[in-house]
Write a protein that binds this ligand. Structure first.
Ligand code: CS2
Length: 471
């Protein structure tokens, strides 16, 4: 029986010529970056930026990747010598690449001491993080502070610690978690942290769906090797980072690799969170309720596309400081439609309770301050309430993957018999909507209205009704 060779360092020379692969030395240098969170996003975004720097001869960008939640994934990556294929595909074409930046791996839960040692290693210069919205906890702050304490004790230079999660002001939030882990004896450490370590804010963008068997099969076909960790992404990528580094000369290096280094990350962050991620969450809930599996299957429907277009143009853009929002919106709609990205609506709907706060309320509050319509966000919020039923319009059950799942299900359970009470209960949560929306009568009234339409007419008809009234 013919068996296909697994992807590994030894198999690199067998790859077809067109596949970009590491041609640099991956064994003689220690990694310079400790990355927390080995999900698909990091492996198809920053790992490629660092791969580019390594390919240019700068040996300081090898990654020690720390798996926070998935020891199985770490084991698979280890078995493949940290190598995996990335398919980059969109209207411009399809190509495969095997980045070589991931040099070592650890599992946070079982190898904590090794992670601390890595943060404290003399060769380490950066720590980067993609631990998702719910990963920002006291335990994370403690892990980083313990590693930094070792560094400080050994008289080593400070680090750049870069949060790359979808949170507004992510660098400041991370720094606050690290500082909060300090105890009374840490005064010197905190002073060193302030003066020698940098916590830049950053906005990262690239659509990278979770790995699927289909992509693994495509990798085998294109590369002739078996790759359990293959990923698929789009050509577009963006990394905007605040000009705040432990080693200031990193700014020029990152720029040379296509990263935007600026003092104004805020305007990029807010535009991305509210335009891209805000639309994503609305479409994901819509898809989950109506049984459309992918973002591309949602944006391909005329009334959903118009709804998303209006959401961005009428309710999000008036409150952005980024002025090129119209071309940004058009580019997003094209990206959402990328037929190569089977981006599951249920993946994006995961952790909605953690995502909604950054994605929707700022635009709703902005519209209210201008006395302008927030109908599209009210309908999106109604979709969220409907989503908590855990069953689509064809009666198919789906899982609610969310740290608040039990609570959301309990609050949403009675929505067919007591719709108003359910809407009120869900809208009362300040952790989701912020301080002022829960008490806003017009907001509650409009969400209640759209929720009734969604329940009685279905989500598609509700959207069509909203478009017809054109408010
Ligand atoms: C998505 C993001 O899953 C989600 O919540 O909205 O992962 C999105 O694909 C990325 O932020 C794009 O840069």
């Amino acid at each position: 029986m013919h068996t296909t060779m697994p992807l590994s360092a030894a198999a690199l020379h067998t790859l077809p010529e067109a596949v970009q692969r590491p041609r640099y030395d991956r064994a003689s240098h220690a990694p310079g970056v400790v990355h927390l969170g080995l999900g698909a996003f990091h492996r198809a975004h920053q790992a490629l930026v660092f791969d580019h720097l390594l390919a240019g001869g700068d040996t300081r960008w090898g990654i020690l990747g720390v798996g926070m939640t998935r020891p199985d994934l770490v084991a698979q990556l280890r078995a493949q010598d940290g190598l995996y294929a990335v398919r980059v595909a969109d209207g411009q074409g399809v190509r495969w690449q095997v980045p070589g930046a991931l040099w070592r791996t650890h599992v946070a839960t079982t190898e904590r001491e090794a992670v601390l040692q890595a943060i404290a290693a003399p060769t380490t210069r950066w720590v980067t993080l993609t631990v998702t919205e719910k990963g920002y906890t006291a335990a994370l702050g403690q892990l980083l502070l313990d590693g930094l304490r070792l560094r400080h004790r050994n008289g080593l230079p400070g680090l750049t610690v870069a949060s790359c999660d979808n949170l507004q002001g992510n660098g400041q939030k991370l720094k606050a978690w690290v500082q909060a882990a300090a105890t009374a004896g840490d005064t010197e450490l905190l002073r060193w942290l302030d003066t020698h370590c940098a916590f830049p804010c950053s906005m990262v963008d690239r659509i990278v769906p979770a790995a699927t068997p289909e992509v693994m099969a495509a990798a085998q076909e294109a590369l002739g090797v078996q790759d359990q960790c293959a990923l698929s992404t789009e050509g577009f990528w963006e990394w905007v980072i605040e000009d705040r580094f432990a080693d200031p000369s990193d700014a020029a290096l990152l720029k040379s690799a296509g990263v935007r280094v600026t003092d104004d990350v805020h305007s990029y962050e807010e535009a991305k969170l509210r335009m891209l991620n805000g639309s994503h969450t609305a479409m994901a809930l819509m898809g989950a309720i109506t049984g459309r599996p992918y973002i591309a299957s949602c944006i391909g429907v005329a009334h959903i596309r118009t709804f998303v277009h209006q959401l961005m143009s009428r309710e999000v853009s008036p409150h952005l400081s980024r002025t090129d929002w119209a071309s940004y919106r058009d580019a997003l709609i094209a990206r959402f439609g990328n037929p190569y990205l089977k981006h599951s609506v249920h993946q994006i709907a995961t952790d909605s309770s953690q995502k909604i706060p950054q994605r929707w309320p700022p635009s709703v509050l902005g519209q209210m301050a201008h006395g302008a319509s927030f109908e599209r966000h009210a309908l999106a919020a109604a979709l969220f309430v409907r989503y908590t039923l855990g069953e689509d319009e064809q009666g198919q059950a789906y899982a609610l993957n969310d740290p608040q799942a039990e609570l959301l299900k309990a609050l949403g359970a009675a929505q067919r018999s007591e719709p108003e009470a359910c809407v009120r209960a869900l809208l009362a949560r300040e952790d989701l909507w912020g301080k002022s929306l829960p008490g806003h009568a017009a907001w509650i009234a409009r969400v209640t209205h759209w929720h009734q339409q969604v329940l009685h007419l279905g989500a598609d008809a509700a959207i069509q009704q909203l478009l017809a009234q054109d408010a």
